[in-house]
Design a protein around this ligand. Structure first.
Ligand code: ANZ
Ligand code: ZN
Length: 800
């Protein structure tokens, strides 16, 4: 058969769609498989081939599962709220709704032309009322359960996007949207209390099948720390200065304290502070720095000693100075620390800079050079002297602190509560009403969705106020509680809201009574396999696990964890080796490739280009190579024969079934394809293939190149869709080659290579060797003193 991709690809795409063969059944006695890919953000640039690679892993696995008899849910949708669309709307004056619809249409066309086996009857769009109604519903449930709070605090703020950013969205001190430097700004922020779920998010990792590096990144992000809170008295003041430490065992080595520049202590006791001006000046300097800059370990230590306030070390009554310094963060622990320069490098650097005492309490290092952070014998520590085990000394110190009522054990998390509002238009309105009498009041559930009003201008206010604030009809409302005049919240939710629960909606996308039908949810959940990018591990993956745990706690879902298994794809780089991006002009449009080489070649290539989890550069000539491979497969129809296959070929076929099946499961798509390529080469050597063997080959290749394989199937009289036929099985016994070979040595020198029936015992191999004519003649008349036989490796006769 000729591989006429231009004709056959649209043909099969149309047939699949007409017969809806990829529709998931909601009630089925078949085992289920829920395969999920990270739904795209429909940007104006359209999809690039990186998207295709990202979706192709579960595309292949879902197709294989269908052939294995599973009822498969493999859905697609669009995560369509967010700044890029809104910014484009501001620039062009087009409405974000229109832009979104156009972009979704473009993405849909691209996806269909690649032949993905999505269930198109379940498409979701997070900006649709029927969807965001339930995003708001979950928000209100969280509000009801005390997981939503408002606070005026210092937050990460992007001056260019004019939005508050969560910690997750400002990693490395850069705005995730525009990559500008993030600044700290005091703002009214809605928070979701994700920290309340920190332990559950950690615990849950034990029950899921995620790659080790994904688990490690989440653990690090959550950053659980076990330590103690200790109260220090401040001389002459009736208030304690509370600190958080992981090393209360070093209390006798404390020679100063440090509070964060934003710490309230100073303002509270302003009149006592003699150098308030110097402190104010220092604070102004600090406000210019990003949190990222401040937390860098290696940096010059700066600070100001507070003149007029002194602390007292609670274990020995010694007076110690209090500094303000920017290496202490207000947002962690209590915003104050006890400094132990002998055993903490940051404190050490600071003490050196400011000429503060350094007292050794743990032996083992050289504190004239640097802080010693290792284990050792305790000294200068009264009741702790002689202790050598850190754990024991911490326990002993805690006991002492608790007895005296000046300290207690405690935990801290690096993760912060989730800043959950943006002062922008294109997002879910936060369904809260501000009432002068009742405070923050939830919009009643039966009034959801709280619709996003249709605006003509989307520019945020100069003061960072939401464009919704300019719409009196939206803002002015009645309080749902007391009926009095009230005002609506005008901020919207961040980009990550809809994606925090979208996988549940696929199960029941058109339900207008519930978020998801209970029965359907129990059948489909959890997601069996979720593939996505490394960049979402400490963002979307954490957020959605948090929402899911919450939904579990309030009885909406039946499993605490949403995703049973997670895998990661590597990026496709441009031919220049750089990350593909519109600005670099190195983006490859999948439709161009489909046009020139065909969808099957594109699909095969993105999985053949290397280790799936690794980044790899795009290479046009390799796509061509994949196309040629497919042409050779199509050409196999010319070799059809009724002659039975040779035993050798039978072995190869069974080995290939085994390898391709296992490799797909292990996401080693490249080696699965390579095994098929090798088999095809062998078939081209013998130029003979039975119909049964050809069927096996097109079944194995079907998940990768389904259009062509369906066409071959039809041509050779296959019934129904190949995509729904049965996945080939292999027999283990038939994967073993009939004969094996071994080198035969005489006195260490290889003299011959013999074949023997695979699995033969030593004696059989020896006698076959002795019958070999070359060996026989060399052994003739000699005395065999030793026979060394290493199975599958070597046979050596030592003779005299
Ligand atoms: C005394 C001490 C002695 C400390 C020592 C360490 C070593 P993790 O593990 O990250 O939780 N710390 C506490 N709050 C801080 C803040 N807001 N900003 C900056 N640093 C802060 O680290 C906890 C340790 O970091 C605490 O234990 C404290 O220093 C410091 F030999 O207390 B430690
Ligand atoms: Zn009210």
């Amino acid at each position: 058969m000729k591989h006429d991709f231009k004709r056959i690809e649209p043909k099969w795409q149309m047939k699949w769609e007409e017969d809806q063969i990829f529709r998931a059944e909601d009630y089925s006695t078949k085992p289920k498989f829920y395969g999920l890919i990270e739904f795209p953000y429909p940007s104006g640039a359209g999809m690039h081939v990186g998207h295709i690679k990202a979706y192709s892993s579960l595309e292949v696995i879902s197709r294989k599962r269908r052939m294995e008899g599973y009822n498969v849910l493999f859905p697609i949708g669009f995560d369509a709220y967010g700044l890029p669309t809104e910014n484009y709307a501001i620039k062009t004056g087009k409405h974000p709704r229109q832009i979104t619809d156009e972009n979704i249409a473009k993405f849909t066309k691209q996806l269909k032309k690649v032949g993905f086996s999505f269930d198109w009857s379940r498409v979701i769009d997070t900006t649709e009322e029927g969807f965001y109604k339930w995003t708001q519903w979950i928000f209100l449930k969280m509000f009801e359960h005390g997981l939503v709070f408002r606070d005026k605090t210092l937050v990460n703020y992007c001056p260019s996007c004019k939005v508050v950013l969560s910690n997750e969205d400002s990693q490395g001190g850069k705005c995730d949207i525009c990559h500008s430097d993030v600044i700290q700004k005091s703002k009214d922020v809605w928070y979701l209390r994700i920290t309340e779920y920190a332990d559950k998010l950690l615990e849950g990792l034990k029950d899921v099948d995620y790659p080790a590096n994904v688990k490690a990144q989440q653990e690090k992000w959550i950053g659980k720390s076990t330590g103690a809170f200790v109260d220090f008295s401040v001389d002459g003041i009736d208030e304690k200065l509370r600190i958080y430490t992981t090393r209360c065992d070093t209390l006798f080595g404390v020679t100063f304290m440090v509070i964060a520049p934003e710490h309230p202590l100073i303002d509270q006791y302003k009149d006592r502070v003699k150098n308030f001006d110097a402190i104010e000046a220092y604070r102004k300097e600090c406000a210019k720095k990003t949190e990222f800059e401040r937390t860098q370990l290696v940096k010059e230590k700066t600070g100001v000693c507070i003149d007029g306030l002194e602390a007292i070390n609670p274990v020995n009554g010694k007076k110690i100075p209090i500094y303000i310094a920017d290496y202490v963060m207000m947002g962690y622990g209590t915003g104050a620390i006890m400094a132990v320069p002998a055993h903490d490098q940051r404190d050490y650097d600071f003490a050196k800079e400011f000429g503060i005492d350094i007292i050794e309490v743990i032996k083992g290092g050289d504190i004239t050079k640097e802080a010693y952070t290792g284990d050792g014998e305790m000294v200068n520590s009264e009741f702790l002297n002689g202790y050598t085990n850190k754990k024991e000394s911490i326990a002993r110190m805690l006991e002492e602190l608790e007895k005296k009522g000046i300290g207690k054990a405690g935990v801290q998390y690096k993760m912060k509560d989730w800043a959950f509002n943006r002062q922008r238009y294109w997002g879910e309105p936060i369904p809260i009403v501000h009432c002068p009498c009742c405070g923050d009041v939830a919009v009643p559930y039966d009034e959801l969705p709280l619709r996003l009003p249709n605006l003509k201008e989307f520019e945020p206010g100069e003061d960072g106020e939401s464009p919704l604030a300019k719409i009196p009809e939206f803002v002015n409302c009645k309080c749902p509680k007391c009926g009095g005049d009230a005002k609506r919240e005008t901020d919207t939710m961040p980009q990550w809201a809809g994606s925090s629960w979208y996988y549940l909606r696929y199960i029941d996308p058109h339900n207008d009574k519930e978020l998801v039908d209970r029965k359907k949810m129990e059948y489909w959940m959890p997601v069996d396999w979720y593939n996505g990018g490394m960049e979402h591990v400490t963002r979307h993956m954490i957020y959605s696990r948090f929402w899911h745990h919450f939904l579990y706690d309030i009885g909406v879902v039946n499993t605490p964890e949403p995703y049973a298994k997670r895998s990661i794809q590597g990026l496709i780089l441009g031919p220049d080796g750089d990350k593909m991006s519109k600005s670099k002009g190195n983006v490859v449009d999948p439709l161009d490739i489909v046009e020139e080489y065909g969808a099957d070649a594109l699909r095969t290539y993105v999985l053949f280009m290397g280790d799936y989890a690794a980044a790899a550069p795009w290479n046009d000539s390799s796509v061509k190579g994949c196309k040629r491979f497919l042409e050779r497969v199509a050409g196999l129809t010319d070799f059809l024969t009724e002659e039975p296959a040779s035993q050798e070929m039978e072995t190869k076929i069974h080995q290939t079934i085994k390898k391709v099946s296992a490799d797909i499961e292990a996401m080693k798509f490249n080696t699965a394809i390579a095994a098929l390529m090798t088999l095809i080469n062998d078939l081209y050597t013998v130029k003979k293939i039975t119909r049964d063997d050809l069927i096996i080959i097109i079944k194995l290749l079907c998940p990768f190149a389904p259009h062509m394989c369906e066409e071959i199937w039809e041509q050779i009289g296959g019934e129904g869709y190949l995509s729904l036929s049965e996945w080939p099985k292999y027999e283990e016994a038939k994967t073993v080659e009939a004969t094996a070979e071994i080198g035969v040595q005489i006195n260490g020198k290889v003299r011959a290579t013999i074949s023997y029936p695979n699995g033969s015992d030593k004696n059989t191999v020896l006698s076959i060797a002795k019958e070999d004519s070359r060996i026989a003649s060399l052994l003739d008349g000699k005395n065999i003193v030793k026979e060394i036989y290493v199975p599958n490796k070597i046979l050596n006769f030592v003779v005299k």
